[in-house]
Ligand binder design. Structure first.
Ligand code: HEM
Ligand code: HEM
Length: 184
């Protein structure tokens, strides 16, 4: 069985690449906001970190779209407990996909609605234009709330992984870490 694809016992290399690269980008993204609340934005390293917010946000959205397509293609071929807990874990993972997709879209609405340009790692995705009230209001109202709720959902996800590993002592963590075995 290919190391790249998922199976009933573990996630393959493609799913793991999406999972861990996006986890790192999300910690960077939310970390940049937290740091700029704690320290002065006049510090060059704080403003440089915060300054990556739009580019990294768009990158997260692009990866989330690709990951969702990959997830749908592998849906029937992923680790899942056959009892009720497997169903709840699947719902939890679907909710995380919802946050991954909706949070950056709301950020885009906020920037577009304000009439501001969007620069993605140096290249303009769009320039200065007329503000769009409904887009600005929607983004302004919901982007931050959604992002903090996403953070809470990630904390819940991590707590469940810790609970499975240290309390239930089952193989959940090994689905996503360690050497993926090809012979199962
Ligand atoms: C999953 C990706 C993203 C996460 C987790 C995220 C997270 C956050 C958080 C936590 C805040 C602070 C909210 C508050 O002040 O309470 C924020 C603000 C903001 N985000 Fe995002 N964001 C993401 C993607 C984006 C994208 C793609 C854009 C637009 C290109 C964007 C634009 C903004 C803007 C304009 C603000 C408020 C203005 C500012 O203080 O910079 N975000 N974001
Ligand atoms: C250090 C932090 C993290 C750890 C230790 C961790 C661990 C894991 C583990 C062990 C699994 C497999 C669960 C199973 O088989 O039922 C998993 C799956 C998953 N995790 Fe995480 N995770 C972390 C961060 C994140 C973050 C930040 C996200 C945010 C999007 C996330 C989203 C998901 C999703 C959606 C799945 C289902 C598989 C997939 O569709 O990729 N995880 N995680």
């Amino acid at each position: 069985m290919s190391l790249l694809t998922d199976n009933r016992y573990r996630y393959g290399l493609v799913s793991r690449m999406f999972h861990w690269s996006m986890a790192a980008l999300l910690f960077w993204q939310i970390g940049g906001i937290v740091i700029s609340e704690l320290f002065s934005r006049n510090l060059s390293w704080v403003s440089a970190w915060r300054g990556t917010h739009f580019s990294v946000g768009v990158l997260i959205l692009a990866l989330a779209l690709m990951r969702a397509v990959w997830g749908l293609m592998s849906f029937r071929n992923r680790p899942r407990a056959l009892d009720k807990t497997g169903k709840w874990a699947a719902y939890g993972h679907m909710a995380l996909y919802g946050f991954m997709l909706v949070t950056p879209v709301l950020g885009l609405l906020l920037v577009y609605g304000a009439g501001k340009p969007l620069v993605f790692f140096g290249g303009h995705l769009w320039g200065v234009h007329d503000p769009l009230q409904w887009a600005y209001k929607t983004g302004d109202l919901l982007h931050g709330v959604m992002a903090w709720t996403f953070l809470a959902a990630i904390a819940g996800h991590m707590s469940m992984v810790i609970y499975h590993h240290y309390v239930l002592k089952d193989a959940t963590l090994s689905h996503m870490v360690g050497k993926p075995k090809s012979d199962v």
